[in-house]
Ligand binder design. Structure first.
Ligand code: ADP
Length: 456
């Protein structure tokens, strides 16, 4: 522009053109340099930003959930910082989801570990993928950790392994019952659940859930036995009554016969009455709302009252009744009526199962924080093999003998339940040199036990 304003000749014009070309070339060169510098700057900057992005992505993929793209908040925002912010928001969201799924997994793990049902999950090749503590309690395994081993190697129970295989083959029934001998004899109900939509062989393909029903089955069996026993016990006298009533219909029956039949009917009716009374007594003590009436009372008068009440029966067999009461136990804390029934039942049994001329003794003793009430005799005793069942309902060592002496087979069961209701227990010991010793242990201060009583 400056040249254009100057007065110029033809050489001057030539000179000025060539200068202008130089200047233009210089300007162009500078511009190219600037553009090149800018390009280098931009590419370095973008490469660095891309490197930061790649580095953050790689750290995140390696589980470093705190990794974020570093962004300078004081710098003007550009395309790269926008991408960085978006990337970091995505990382935050991923971390939240990861934390949530980890929490859910931990909760599931805690539930699985602590549930009383056993759980076993296997993949398509029968490899154990998951097993909880309860399952390992029910089924013995040769490995410390059976996960990763074939179920047939990890568990030796044939019933279980057959079920797992059937589940994988799709032929297992939903529910099956199994008696596991090892490590403890348990009755288990196994529920198998195949998972049809597993993608590949290493996915879980089926789950077995094992529930221990041993206690339930035992109670059911006891109930069945009990009903059968009651029916049997009542049917015998009832059949006799019906038979004699039928015979009495014969009007031509001589009077002595008639009297004998009536006596038999009366005896059998009394027996039925006794059984029903004892059953009612048992169900009263076993009722969930049964509460012993706790008070502090003197022991000696109870024992003396029993002595008086059995005196006539004892005299009939020339038996003696003695007491040996610890003078330091003048009073007992408990249910007076229950303690009377316990001691009376045991004394009556001692009388029934001791031959003529035998000796019966009631003893009280202190042992640590407990009081022992002992009824012992020098009678026939209980054979060793029968002792474990002695306190079961309707159990008798000698059925005929018990029936003859008017027994119902429920007396010791009542004693046991009463002692347990008072927070105590009862056990049998052979007396020396012969006879029986029933030892009732009662706590010094009774905390009535109404929850944890056995079922027999
Ligand atoms: P029962 O009504 O038959 O006497 P129990 O429940 O009182 O029923 O006793 C159960 C069984 O225990 C009796 O049939 C008897 O065989 C045995 N038994 C109980 N007490 C004694 C004892 N003092 N000596 C020997 N056997 C006994």
């Amino acid at each position: 522009m400056i040249y254009a304003l100057l007065p110029i000749g033809s050489e001057g014009l030539a000179t000025s053109y060539s200068d202008m070309a130089v200047v233009l070339a210089a300007i162009l060169a500078v511009a190219v340099l600037i553009v090149l510098a800018l390009l280098v700057w931009v590419s370095t900057k973008s490469r660095k930003s891309l490197e930061k992005l790649a580095d953050t992505a790689s750290r995140l993929s390696q589980g470093e959930w705190t990794a974020r793209v570093p962004i300078d908040p004081y710098r003007k925002s550009d395309a790269f910082s926008e991408v960085g912010y978006a990337f970091n928001r995505m990382a935050n969201e991923m971390k939240l989801r990861y934390d949530r799924s980890r929490r859910e997994r931990d909760q599931l793990q805690t539930v699985l570990t602590n549930m009383s049902d056993g759980v076993l999950a296997v993949d398509g090749q029968g490899i154990v993928r998951l097993v909880n503590r309860a399952f390992l309690r029910y089924f013995r395994t040769v490995f410390d950790n059976p996960i990763g081993h074939a179920h047939t190697e990890a568990f030796r129970d044939r019933g279980l392994n057959t079920l797992v295989q059937e589940m994988l083959d799709g032929t297992a029934s939903d529910l099956s019952e199994l008696v596991v001998a090892e490590p403890t004899r348990r009755i288990l109900v196994l529920r198998s659940a195949p998972i049809a939509d597993a993608d590949d062989q290493s996915d879980v393909r089926g789950v077995i859930v094992a529930r221990d029903v041993t206690a339930r089955r035992r109670v059911e069996q006891m109930r069945r036995d009990f009903v059968a026993n009651v029916s049997h016990e009542l049917r015998t006298p009832l059949t006799a009554i019906l038979g004699y009533v039928e015979a009495l219909k014969d009007t031509g029956l001589p009077t002595p016969e008639r009297t004998r039949f009536l006596e038999t009917i009366s005896r059998n009716a009394t027996r039925m009455n006794r059984i029903v009374a004892d059953l009612l007594e048992l169900s009263r003590i076993e009722a969930p709302d049964y509460r012993p009436e706790i008070s502090r009372f003197a022991l000696r008068p109870i024992v003396e009252e029993i002595g008086t009440n059995v005196q006539a029966a004892l005299a009939g067999k020339s038996q003696t009744f003695a007491t040996k009461l610890d003078p330091s136990i003048d009073t007992v804390h408990g249910d007076r009526d229950a303690v009377y029934r316990i001691l009376y039942n045991l004394t009556d049994n001692a009388h029934k199962y001791t031959p003529d001329g035998g000796h019966i003794e009631v003893v009280s003793q202190r042992q640590d924080d407990s009081i022992l009430l002992i009824v012992q005799d020098d009678g026939i005793g209980v054979p060793e093999q029968d002792r474990p069942r002695l306190f079961e309902r309707f159990f008798r060592v000698d059925r005929a003998r018990s029936r003859e002496s008017g027994g119902t087979g429920l007396g010791l069961s009542i004693v046991k339940h009463l002692a347990e209701a008072l927070g105590g227990s009862v056990r049998y010991e052979p007396n020396v040199p012969r006879g029986s010793r029933f030892v009732v242990t009662l706590p010094q201060d009774v905390q009535p036990n109404t929850t944890d009583r056995k079922d027999n």
